[in-house]
Design a protein around this ligand. Sequence first.
Ligand SMILES: [Zn+2]
Length: 217
Amino acid sequence: MNNFIQTSAARTLSNAVQDHYIPAEAPFSTVVRAGQTVRIEDSYGQQAIDTLFYNAADFSERYSSQDTLREHGAAYISTGTRVISNEGRVMLTMTADTCGRHDTSAGACSCESNTVRFGHSVKYLHACRDNFVIEVSKHGMSKRDVVPNINLFMNVPIEPSGEMTIVDGISAPGDYVELKAEMDVLLVISNCPQINNPCNGFDPTPVRVLVWDGEDA
Ligand SMILES: [Zn+2]
């Protein structure tokens, strides 16, 4: 679907075990097994990819932004970040990042927050929270299982004063992150449909997810 994909010698398009095209504004989920590496690609650039992880064997264990930031000791996640669960365990490790700016403080957009931020006229617009609820429901979960998420490729500068604002994304077409799974995880994505702020360049676009087996698989 695009010419932007980059591959390493070990990982090529032909030896990927999963290759998913996620349309603009759509939800998505898949299981990534321990030892596998998942690549999440911002195929066209400036696209926020709202992301959650659950322990595939026990969904009550899931991503914790608070524990991840505390363990990482920084406000942003990038290469080397260990993705920590609410049980304090490492779910995945970020092993590559061609963009360098990903948020896990600003949360996901919802119809309700849209009306507060942008006016009642936008209430009907689709939002990440709807996407998450739709997608987790396929796995027997409900809205109470949707927790604060990672916003891959969303640019939320945090000022020295502590203020933070969603501004233009800096990701270029084909930028990606790679995460190596340390346990079997359910990956849940909302390809953010927001059109009222710059997180998607005011133009939501498709993204791509690829999975490779580990070297010792
Ligand atoms: Zn969103």
